[in-house]
Design a protein around this ligand. Structure first.
Ligand code: 5GP
Ligand code: ZN
Length: 143
C-alpha cells in the first residue's frame, strides 16, 4: 500500500523524528501550522479514528498527552490543539490515523472554525438521531 506515514514508520521515508518506541512514532509535520507542529502515529496502518483498535488508541492518546506537554514546555507555547481529521470532508489528507499536536500562542491568527446556531426545534432532533445511534451500538462499548 502506498502510504507516506507507513514509509516514515519503516524509515523508508525521512522525517524529523521526536519520539519513537516499538509501536508508535512522532515527527514534525512538513507543513506546520505553527513551528513544532507534531504528528503522532501508530506504526501499524489504520485508516482513521474509527478503525484503530481501542487499546491502541488509548496507548497512542497517552503518548500524545505526554508529547503535548513536552512540545508546550520546549516551545514555550501558551496552549496547543490536539486535532484529528477524519475523512476527506474533514480535511484528512493522509489516510493513516494520526493526532496533530499544534503549539498555540496568543494572537497567532490561526482561525477558529465557523459556528452555527440551532433553532429550538433542531436541538432535540439532532440529539435524538445521535442517541438512537448510540443506543444501537452501545454493546461495542462493553464488548
Ligand atoms: P491530515 O491532513 O491528514 O490531517 O494531516 C496530514 C499531515 O501530514 C499534514 O499536515 C501534512 O503537512 C503532513 N505530511 C504530509 N506528508 C508528509 C511528509 O512526507 N512528511 C511529514 N513530516 N509530514 C507530512
Ligand atoms: Zn500507513
Amino acid at each position: 500500500m502506498d502510504c507516506i506515514f507507513c514509509d516514515i514508520a519503516s524509515k523508508t521515508a525521512e522525517a524529523e523524528i521526536v519520539f519513537e518506541n516499538d509501536k508508535y512514532i512522532a515527527f514534525l509535520d512538513i507543513n506546520p501550522i505553527n513551528y513544532g507542529h507534531t504528528v503522532v502515529i501508530p506504526k501499524t496502518h489504520y485508516d482513521n479514528f474509527l478503525t484503530i483498535p481501542s487499546e491502541e488508541l488509548a496507548e497512542l492518546t497517552k503518548i500524545t498527552q505526554y508529547l503535548a506537554g513536552a512540545v508546550k514546555r520546549a516551545l514555550k507555547a501558551d496552549g496547543f490543539n490536539i486535532v484529528s481529521n477524519n475523512g476527506l470532508s474533514a480535511g484528512q489528507s493522509v489516510f493513516h490515523f494520526h493526532y496533530h499536536i499544534i503549539p498555540r500562542y496568543e494572537n497567532d491568527f490561526f482561525m477558529k472554525p465557523r459556528t452555527l446556531e440551532y433553532n429550538d426545534m433542531e436541538i432535540p432532533s439532532y440529539a435524538e438521531k445521535i442517541k438512537e445511534a448510540v443506543s444501537k451500538y452501545e454493546g461495542l462499548l462493553n464488548g
